[in-house]
Design a protein around this ligand. Structure first.
Ligand code: G
Ligand code: G
Ligand code: MN
Ligand code: NA
Length: 248
């Protein structure tokens, strides 16, 4: 990728920016946590979002460095938040498979003083498809450290239900596409009901993503989602803004 070398430099110089999006409790409306999202403000190309950033990073063998960089910086921010606020950080399957990743996570937690239970690592189902057994084993080790695991973008990809059996998950994050039409299309509602029933039987909490309208929030709350995230509540924001947010 033409930007790979520049990205390596940007990571080394700490030029990757972090944004933080609050996540709310459906029942109380309170902030329950914050998801860290990486951004790269490229001098010529403008803002490069997380998806593209990690696509470039993956191709350039930089994903692991970038992820640990984001994790370490997000943990430093989280150390200023009240203890009730959780932190979510996205990781890729490559990160998970990289040697030393587990130790790096443990070290980052120790350096920050954050209790492992406050950290959730989010991984997408697509990312796991190539090596389910290996990923499961590695995730189990992370869970032994005390961190929580969320299956991200659930419903966007293949929706392989074997993941729910094999992986040590605490959270399912419903992809935005699953809630988009929830207040208009009864089939979406029935699908949501089925997923929540299954998740609850498996002891998984469901978090709805991409909530933009009150009627979507009403529906996911009524149906039993535990948490939600979306522009209706708050957009991703800078660290100082989110500090005020979680402290309020
Ligand atoms: O905020 P944005 O639309 O750019 O996020 C899109 C996707 O980019 C997210 O769903 C997430 O999977 C990915 N992403 C954003 N930040 C990070 C990060 O720090 N690490 C990883 N692995 N992925 C991220
Ligand atoms: O890791 P993940 O794929 O869940 O990343 C979340 C992405 O979704 C971020 O890029 C964030 O900016 C974006 N996002 C968060 N809330 C909303 C929303 O309400 N609507 C839309 N369209 N995007 C959202
Ligand atoms: Mn995510
Ligand atoms: Na998602």
């Amino acid at each position: 990728h033409p930007l790979a070398a520049e990205l390596a430099q940007a990571v080394a110089q700490g030029a990757i920016e972090l944004r933080f999006q609050p996540q709310f409790d459906c029942e109380t409306g309170q902030v329950r946590g914050v998801e860290a999202l990486a951004r790269w403000s490229h001098p010529q190309q403008g803002e490069i979002n997380g998806e593209e950033l990690f696509c470039i990073a993956g191709g350039a063998g930089l994903s692991h460095d970038l992820s640990l960089h984001v994790l370490n910086r997000a943990l430093v921010e989280a150390s200023h938040w009240p203890e009730r606020s959780r932190l979510s950080v996205n990781i890729t399957a490559e990160d998970l498979a990289a040697s030393g990743f587990l130790d790096s996570v443990a070290q980052a937690l120790a350096d920050s003083g954050i209790a492992p239970e406050r950290l959730t690592l989010e991984i997408t189902e697509q990312a796991l498809v190539h090596d389910l057994e290996g990923s499961a084993e590695r995730l189990h080790k992370l869970v032994e450290l005390g961190v929580c695991i969320a299956l991200d973008d659930f419903g966007a990809g293949f929706c392989n239900f074997r993941y729910l059996k094999k992986l040590p998950l605490q959270y399912l994050k419903l992809d935005r596409s699953m809630v988009e039409d929830i207040a208009r299309d009864v089939r979406d509602l029935e699908i949501l009901r089925g997923i929540i029933a299954m998740a609850s039987a498996l002891d998984l909490a469901v978090i709805a993503e991409g909530i933009e309208a009150q009627e979507q929030l009403d529906a996911v709350t009524r149906e039993g989602c535990e948490g939600w995230q979306g522009f209706l509540g708050a957009r991703p924001m800078a660290a100082d803004s989110v500090l005020q947010y979680v402290s309020a």
